[in-house]
Design a binder for this molecule. Structure first.
Ligand SMILES: [Zn+2]
Length: 297
């Protein structure tokens, strides 16, 4: 028996671990939609304005503060659990090389990562991200600079005992294998190294022990069912909702996590006791996020 499963439906915590909001777009109405279908918590990830990127740390402080104030409005309006991820986006770094040059863009990026860590150490945010490396092909020079920079950022995250959400390319197990090596070199625990926009294969063979937040598109539940028993690492679910009307369908909508959680719940219930399902879903939506972000979901 489970207190959270009622007539085959999950009524417990449901957390979207990677969502962006934009005051000029759907903003709070997106959260309203999420909450109406059973959402109980979000990790709000800082959304860079690629048309107007910060060029100094004072400007970064301002845009980070804006993300923090949006999270506060979400808490005030919906009383859902809301964590915050702050950091400079690797694509911003790559774009700004063209205007600032490699040296200055890299200094700005590392400074912005350290600034985010200050906010986290002050308890104003919970995780560094999304940091990482561009997800598209770039020159060899830029690629090695991106990797060097990421390893430096991982070292700083390790020193401040913070978890990080990684934005990276999608090159299967190779990507995970490289990231796990970098995290080990930097002294960052694999459990605190969270790959965002992850494929639904959560087996350790594939993830090399990193944590991940799975982009739970249409076919993800079938793959999760094949792999969820083959890992001892933490994983969660995300939409990467962008709140950008120019890119509809580029990412998943706000209702997706509650929907996939119920799909997963029902599929596992077909072959297991309610207690098995409850344990897994409480791990995904409460215990593991608490460990990753230090928030009670
Ligand atoms: Zn994102």
């Amino acid at each position: 028996m489970s207190e959270y499963i009622v007539d085959g439906r999950w009524t417990g915590p449901v957390v979207d671990q990677h969502i962006h909001l934009d005051r000029t777009n759907r903003y709070l109405s997106a959260i309203d939609e999420f909450v109406r279908v059973g959402g109980t918590g979000i990790i709000l990830v800082h959304k860079p304005d690629f048309g107007n990127l910060p060029t100094n740390l004072a400007a970064y402080r301002e845009v980070y503060s804006e993300t923090i104030s949006m999270a506060q409005e979400v808490r005030d309006k919906f009383s859902i659990d809301t964590g915050i991820v702050l950091g400079p986006h690797p694509v911003a770094w790559e774009h700004q090389i063209d205007s600032l040059g490699l040296k200055e863009s890299t200094e700005l990026h590392i400074g912005a990562a350290n600034l985010a860590l200050d906010f986290i150490e002050n308890g104003e945010a919970q995780c560094l991200g999304e940091v990482g490396r561009p997800h598209y092909p770039i020159s060899q020079d830029r690629w090695s600079a991106a990797n060097q920079m990421l390893e430096e950022i991982m070292q700083s995250a390790a020193a401040s005992q913070t978890s990080i959400q990684l934005h990276v390319e999608d090159n299967g197990a190779q990507t995970y294998s490289e990231l796990s090596q970098m995290a080990v070199n930097a002294g960052l625990p694999l459990s605190k190294t969270i790959r965002h926009y992850a494929p639904a294969d959560v087996s350790t063979d594939f993830t090399h022990g990193l944590s991940c937040t799975v982009s739970v598109g249409k076919d993800s539940v079938a793959k999760l069912l094949q792999t969820y028993t083959k890992t001892d690492a933490m994983w969660g679910m995300e939409t990467d909702f962008l709140d950008d009307p120019r890119r509809p369908g580029a990412v998943l909508g706000p209702k997706t996590i509650p929907k996939r959680t119920n799909e997963l719940c029902q599929s596992i219930l077909n072959e297991n006791d309610e207690s098995v399902v409850e344990e897994l879903l409480l791990n995904i939506h409460s215990n593991w996020p608490r460990e990753l972000y230090g928030i009670d979901f």
